[in-house]
Design a protein around this ligand. Structure first.
Ligand code: MN
Length: 494
């Protein structure tokens, strides 16, 4: 979808046509500048200045019915009496941003008169408009600052990506070819409630429905994809026979092609597998799943459909992003508890998305004790350094909670030559001890949706739009306050 955002300026007719002409011209200039900004990921469309209840209601309803409109940016250039906004806002179903800005950045001390004040009174209009949005309890993003400031553009750009997550959430369709792993609690959840809250459709198939697709992939297509793998990735034979190695890789190529067709035919955007329910699959899907994630599909292992949908959501929110560092399914595996070198090694038995890789990517074929099948081929690499977020959506029985941890990814001190999986290594904020204690207190899972390209603020805004609880573990987290926050939240979200 070629998403666009609408720019709606609020005013009134009290100040005369001359003033309204200037308001419209100023709005046009802001929109023109924002559309030229590289950071702004989607086109912003200027709408006529809104000065009556009728025009506000009509415009916001047009936004509702325009499939390309992913959100409405509002700006109060002058004073816009907010009762005019009530009916329109009550009916608005698109993400809403209040850009609390002002056309001029400095008070023109030498020339300022009452005409100028009346024309440039965002400080006044923003409060009147903000009051009614708050009184009506409508979720919106408030972004304050001069419109030409890079930090304002950056925050607006981030909110636009959050808005994509909000409008796209209800299009996420997850395909399960296996149920959740027996006896595991944290990956479970209420699929009906997930559809009510997030719009996600979570369906189930027999894994052998997928196997039929895998077996139907023409040999030539498999061979061509294997060739692509061999040209793109390093091949780490280690002690394996090259022909046997290639046969194992070809199994994953067939799974990639078969699964992709299976997902496309069913209009699915995320998939879960389960190593205990492989049916006629010859290997646990490894390299195949890694490549599908790279193409933008969501994934969750062991039937974890909540994380699969969250990974898909992150892929949507970061699509086409300049300088993207990647998003992936992850799992907390092993700690390093040595002072000064603390962190958690992140990986999975196979399935880490290559978008997070740093440097060369290699193919390995190694035994896997789980799954009782052939040794699966997989992509191995280490991940980039820098800030990211790990998110876990858990079902607390009567409601969902999204737990978001700001993490700093680092390089491990030494290579791990015997570990045949892709990895990341991160230090949770504020530090390993508080980060882990808070995560466990909040009931966060071992599976996460991870991204270098999103912020905790974006995920909180998304959760607020979905009407669910979110908690952030970051540099400001202290356990005593965090425990209280969880207690207070339990009163609010019942
Ligand atoms: Mn797992």
């Amino acid at each position: 979808m070629d998403y666009k955002f609408w720019f709606c300026t609020g005013s009134q007719d009290l100040y005369g046509d001359e003033c309204l002409k200037k308001v419209a011209a100023n709005s046009a200039k802001i929109v023109e500048m924002l559309n030229k900004e590289k950071a702004i990921p989607f086109e912003i469309v200027l709408k006529p200045t809104l000065i009556t209840q009728e025009s506000i209601r009509r415009t916001l309803n047009e936004a509702n019915s325009d499939l390309e409109c992913a959100g409405v940016i509002t700006w109060m250039h002058t004073f816009s009496p907010a009762k005019m906004w009530i009916n329109g806002l009550r009916e608005l179903r698109k993400p809403l941003c209040h850009l609390a800005t002002q056309f001029n950045d400095e008070i023109p001390y030498d020339t300022i008169d009452m005409d100028f004040m009346n024309e440039n009174q965002s400080a006044h209009g923003d409060r009147e408009y903000g009051h009614i949005v708050s009184r009506m309890g409508i979720e919106r993003k408030i972004i304050f600052g001069h419109w030409a400031e890079p930090s304002v553009c950056d925050r607006l750009a981030k909110w636009m990506r959050t808005a994509i997550g909000i409008v796209e959430s209800s299009h996420i369709r997850v395909c399960r070819v296996g149920d959740n792993m027996n006896n595991v609690a944290v990956t479970e959840g209420d699929k009906v409630e997930a559809q009510i809250k997030f719009g996600w459709e979570v369906d189930h198939y027999c894994v052998n429905d997928l196997v039929d697709y895998v077996e139907a992939v023409p040999k030539g297509d498999v061979e061509a994809l294997v060739e692509e793998y061999y040209s793109k990735y390093n091949i780490l034979y280690e002690d394996r026979d090259p022909e046997e190695f290639r046969r194992h890789v070809a199994v994953q190529a067939a799974i990639e092609l078969g699964a992709e067709k299976f997902l496309k035919d069913g209009n699915y955007h995320a998939i879960v597998t389960h190593f205990g329910m492989l049916g006629g699959l010859k290997q646990v899907p490894g390299l195949a799943i890694q490549r599908l994630m790279e193409k933008g599909y969501g994934f969750g292992a062991e039937g974890d459909w909540k994380t699969a949908a969250m990974v898909r959501l992150m892929k949507l929110m970061t699509k086409g992003m300049e300088g993207s560092k990647g998003s992936s399914f992850m799992e907390d595996y092993t700690y390093n508890l040595i002072a000064g070198k603390q962190g958690a090694l992140e990986s999975h038995m196979l399935e880490v998305c290559p978008t997070v890789s740093d440097g060369p990517i290699s193919i390995k074929v190694s035994p896997l004790s789980m799954g009782n099948r052939e040794d699966p081929a997989r992509l191995v690499f280490t991940s980039k350094t820098g800030d990211g977020i790990a998110a876990s959506l858990v079902d607390l029985g009567t409601r969902f909670r999204l737990i978001i941890n700001a993490v700093e990814c680092k390089k491990v001190e030494k290579p791990m030559p015997k570990l045949p999986v892709a990895t990341a290594f991160w230090q949770p904020k504020p530090n390993l001890q508080v980060g882990v204690e808070a995560w466990i207190l909040a009931g966060g899972a071992h599976h996460t949706a991870f991204s270098y390209d999103l912020t905790a603020e974006q995920m909180v805004d998304w959760a607020d739009a979905m009407g669910i609880e979110s908690v952030v573990i970051d540099e400001n987290t202290r356990i005593r306050e965090f425990k209280n926050e969880l207690k207070w939240n339990s009163m609010l979200y019942r």
